[in-house]
Design a protein around this ligand. Structure first.
Ligand SMILES: Cc1ncc(COP(=O)(O)O)c(C=O)c1O
Length: 441
């Protein structure tokens, strides 16, 4: 597969011409390691195309990408899935619209509601034992949400979630189809799903649009993401919607890494992925003899740690002491992510560390609270722009959340703007060590 963006920039860098244009580093190579990439960091010079008005090399690379994912069209983002989420919603909604959304959505969704003036109609997942971030959303729950909302502009779900749970995207897409409502999927953690032996990417399963953080699971620089659309309907709106929120100076380094990734996806990736899935599965099976391994998509290893008498934080600290950095930990879980670029020895090191971790014989009880519907006093946008003040969590019961606090990861707000804090939500805030919140005055 050709790589038009990378080829163009490489040829330009090799010409060693006079750079009478941005960026200010002028492609100079200094002494620091990262300056080796400066010659390839360019701006929209003649022939380099422009991300939000793409007609040349960027459009060609995006078409290559769409073909690989089986999408009608793909738009690149150098602003992560965050920009794609804002753009998908802007493309299908009008200010004031209702959106049926899973409550375990990333903060990027909530921020989009604030920016666009949308009203979320929350659907609560059946949360994993002890988890306030991960859980299953069923087609039935979505259908109930659609009925409650009346005439929502779209349905918005996250799959896979942070711990790797995959929703029944096909079933949910069928429900949306019956009501004539587009399904938008936050597939930030699932770009690789299109290349498994069985393609379970949301576009294949009936989503109208989805975002993939290519940088999370594919060899792409941080910030590189895709916005895929399944058919022609919204394509005309996508680039304009992206330029509403994105920088007018998107990184050409990120775009080149997206471009080069196409070639890798077309050639080695399916086999590499198959081998990686095998290695992760073997590791899960071995660890499963002692640890409680959660069901998850194949590149994630999520452990429910309380059965081994440890919190997720403790396991993560222990792994860190062995020079192993996990992606995520909380009171009940620890999660690690894999890709074909992990070394074979990584699997051995993780197994050795986890199988030799000292374990108390006691099983810890999971916290018995979870995200439950809170009373809403105003919309997220009104709450964000209202006069607000910061108070201790001990004083926030009965107050209206203004600017939602999250811990990142997982960036799932405990109370969203406009909701009234209750005793349960305060317990969860404390569990996440959040001591202050912003409330409407
Ligand atoms: C579920 C989910 N959605 C969206 C995002 C935002 O993605 P990005 O960092 O690519 O902007 C994240 C980031 O961690 C995420 O976990």
């Amino acid at each position: 597969m050709n790589t038009p963006i990378y080829d163009f920039v490489k040829a330009y860098a090799e010409k060693n011409g006079v750079r009478g244009h941005m960026p200010g580093h002028k492609g100079a190579v200094g002494k620091d390691v990262i300056s080796a990439v400066y010659p390839y960091d360019i701006t929209e010079i003649g022939g380099a195309d422009a991300l939000f008005e793409a007609e040349g090399i960027i459009a060609e690379s995006e078409r290559n990408c769409a073909k690989l994912f089986g999408a009608y069209s793909t738009a690149y983002s150098a602003g992560g899935s965050t920009l794609c989420i804002e753009a998908m919603l802007a493309a299908v909604c009008r200010s004031g619209d209702k959106v049926v959304a899973a409550r375990n959505s990333h903060k990027a969704f909530l921020n989009s509601c604030i920016l666009l003036g949308l009203e979320p109609e929350w659907v609560y997942p059946e949360f994993e034992k002890g988890s306030v971030i991960a859980g299953k959303i069923t087609p039935k729950a979505i259908e109930d949400g659609i009925k409650r909302a009346g005439n929502p502009a779209c349905v918005y779900i996250t799959s896979p979630d942070y711990l790797g749970n995959i929703a029944d995207v096909k079933g949910i897409a069928e429900v949306c189809g019956r009501y004539g409502i587009p399904l938008l999927v936050d597939n930030a953690h699932g770009a690789h799903l299109a290349f498994l032996e069985e393609n379970i990417h949301p576009i294949k399963l009936g989503a109208a649009m989805c975002c993939d953080s290519a940088h999370k699971t594919l060899p792409v620089l941080t910030g590189g993401a895709y916005l895929h659309t399944a058919d022609e309907k919204y394509v005309g709106k996508i680039k304009g919607a992206m330029s509403l929120f994105g920088s007018s100076s998107p990184s050409y380094l990120i775009m080149q890494s997206l471009d080069l990734c196409n070639r890798y996806l077309a050639e080695e990736f399916p086999d590499d992925l198959k081998n990686t899935v095998k290695k992760v599965t073997e590791l899960k099976n071995k660890l499963g003899q002692v640890w409680t391994v959660c069901n998850s998509e194949p590149l994630k290893l999520s452990l429910y740690t309380l059965n081994c008498g440890r919190t997720g934080y403790e396991v993560s600290e222990y792994l860190r002491s062995r020079e192993i950095e996990a992606e995520y930990a909380d009171g009940t879980h620890v999660m690690l992510m894999f890709s074909p670029f992990n070394k074979d020895t990584d699997y051995d090191r993780i197994y050795d560390a986890l199988s030799s971790m000292p374990m108390p014989r006691i099983r810890l009880e999971p916290p018995c609270f979870k995200l439950v519907p809170l009373k809403r006093a105003m919309l997220p946008r009104e709450a964000w722009f209202a006069e607000s003040e910061t108070v201790s969590v001990d004083e926030c019961e009965g107050r209206i959340c203004s600017k939602a606090r999250t811990v990142c990861p997982p960036c799932v707000p405990v109370a969203v703007g406009g909701e009234i804090f209750d005793k349960e939500s305060i317990k969860i805030l404390k569990m996440y060590s959040i001591s202050e919140v912003n409330v409407v005055k």
